[in-house]
Ligand binder design. Structure first.
Ligand SMILES: [Zn+2]
Length: 202
């Protein structure tokens, strides 16, 4: 389901990423989605930035998640990109886990590598921070002691800090991912962190 994972040197179509951005490494995960797919808050939080980005960025929303929102020991800032429409959220508004933060689109992807048709997908970035302190710099969020990390690590329980990710034993590198089911319920019930798009239950 992840078309281009975190740290990947290639795009979903196998083409190499330009070395000028993040040393050619992917700074998030890409999910290939039909345009208009509802994108869900991966955890409860606060809208901290919205905007209309340019090429390679597209329309975006940044959320801030406190440790109590995620069960993680650090603060998380999540960025949803390439949204179909210009976000209308008010900065400072609260969102609940599973609520729609935007619709997937392809803004910022047309006219470049992907040509006139673009590439409809969600690019999701997660940044860990030491605190709720952050600065907005254009479309960036600069958190205290900020560190970009693989969004899939959000679903690993019991992490003390991001260095734990590197130390995970093999049996902990496969994680069940909670999700919003078609009936609107979160499975398993009570999960704080979910997948950014709804899934069919088996
Ligand atoms: Zn991406």
């Amino acid at each position: 389901m992840v078309a281009s994972p975190f740290g990947s040197t290639t795009r979903y179509d196998g083409s190499p990423r330009p070395a000028s951005r993040f040393g050619g490494l992917h700074g998030g995960i890409d999910l290939t989605l039909d345009e208009g797919t509802p994108l869900l808050a991966i955890a409860s939080g606060t809208i901290v930035s919205v905007g209309i980005g340019g090429q390679a960025e597209g329309n975006y929303v940044w959320l801030q998640h406190a440790p109590t929102d995620t069960g993680l020991r650090f603060w998380v800032y999540s960025k949803y990109q390439h949204l179909l429409e210009a976000p209308r959220h008010v900065v400072g508004a609260k969102v609940q886990v599973g609520h729609v933060v935007g619709l997937s689109g392809k803004t910022g992807t047309t006219g470049g590598h992907y040509g006139a048709r673009g590439y409809p997908h969600l690019h999701l970035t997660t940044v860990a921070g030491r605190s709720g302190q952050y600065e907005r710099q254009g479309s960036r969020i600069i958190a205290e002691a900020a560190r970009i990390f693989d969004p899939v690590a959000m679903y690993v329980r019991g992490l003390n800090d991001l260095d734990d990710i590197d130390r995970l034993s093999d049996d902990r590198r496969t994680v069940p991912i909670p999700y919003l089911a078609e009936d609107g319920s979160i499975r398993p019930t009570g999960s704080l962190v979910i997948w950014p798009v709804s899934c069919k239950s088996r």
